[in-house]
Design a protein around this ligand. Structure first.
Ligand code: NDP
Length: 288
């Protein structure tokens, strides 16, 4: 596939993710310069047409758009600190905290560069495939200029001019994922304690149930946004009794309910305030 407008793009960091990103850009027909602390990792990309730069400074000099994908933010400043960023767009796709993204944006601006932070919602194998998403925030001007090129790696979605927004949304999505994994772990332990075939439970019962529950989440979000926590489904009092049952059952089956207990604590807390008539959406008030 040839890009409609081939760009000069540099990629700093050729770990599993950086190599996949550079590969996606090359496959789309862009002129890609790469740099990695361990140069041998560049060989497969050079074989596909990438140019290897021997220093970060030369890599940054080669292209107006510089994609950075390193281990963490300290390594980003260590590497970019060796280069002149004047007139460059730095798209930093390294995972980090919103505060680090804001700090790096100011640091790059102080060196004459424009900054985009990115949160990659994909594993390396998904890059340049349908379904891969990268969240961006920071310079709208830089995003608008390079959106077609960024699309060669994954669907690019701009989320606002606060550079911390993309990493915050990235972490929020991971939070949802860890909640789901916590539920899976507890459910799997309970089912295993009863010697029911786990694979069959997960595939034929749990996943369809979770998909049905996930479909309700936009309606829950609307309730949280409006502050109207009335419910015709199941109020907190009913859920409190349900969680009590769950925790007692876990103990009777010899399974630890550790991942469920924080949920029970917060439901107990809200009902103790006399809000047992509300729906589960009201629990957000206990967290804010
Ligand atoms: P890897 O461990 O495969 O690669 C890490 C990269 O960082 C390598 O290029 C490594 O160089 C470089 N590096 C580490 N420390 C330094 C340093 N002090 N100076 C210069 N270079 C350094 O990790 P990934 O490629 O998987 O991940 C990179 C980023 O992408 C991370 O922030 C990760 O969270 C994010 N990400 C990864 C995903 C994944 O599924 N892999 C998914 C979503 C985001 P060297 O080769 O020399 O060691």
């Amino acid at each position: 596939m040839n890009a409609e407008m081939p760009e000069n793009i540099s990629v700093l960091g050729l770990g599993l993710m950086g190599s996949a990103l550079a590969g996606g850009l090359l496959a789309a027909g862009h002129r890609v310069t790469v740099w990695n602390r361990t140069p041998a990792k560049a060989e497969p990309l050079v074989a596909k047409g990438a140019t290897l730069a021997d220093t970060p400074a030369r890599a940054v000099e080669a292209s107006p758009l510089v994609i950075v994908c390193l281990l963490d933010y300290p390594s980003v400043e260590e590497v970019l600190g060796q280069a002149s960023l004047e007139g460059r767009v730095i798209a930093n796709l390294t995972t980090g905290r919103p505060a680090e993204a804001r700090e790096t944006a100011s640091w790059v601006a102080g060196r004459g560069g424009d900054y985009l932070d990115g949160g990659i919602m994909a594993v390396p194998q998904m890059i340049a495939q349908p379904g891969a998403l990268i969240l961006y925030s920071g310079s709208q001007r830089a995003f608008d200029r390079y959106q077609p090129a960024l699309a060669a790696m994954a669907e690019p979605r701009f989320t606002g001019d606060d550079p911390g927004m993309a990493p915050l949304l990235d972490l929020a999505m991971l939070t949802g994922m860890y909640g789901q994994i916590a539920g899976l772990l507890e459910a799997a332990a309970l089912v295993t304690s009863a010697k029911f075939p786990l694979g069959e439970f997960v595939e034929s019962l749990l996943v369809p149930w979770l998909n049905a529950m996930a479909a309700q989440q936009p309606a829950w979000a609307a309730k949280m946004e409006s502050g109207d926590h009335s419910t015709e489904v199941s109020n907190l009092e009913v859920n409190r009794a349900g969680l009590e049952n769950l925790v007692r059952t876990f103990r009777e089956q010899g399974v630890k309910p550790d991942l469920l207990l924080p949920m029970k604590t917060i439901v107990d807390q809200r009902t103790a305030r006399g809000l047992g008539h509300e729906g589960l959406s009201g629990l957000i008030e206990e967290l804010l």
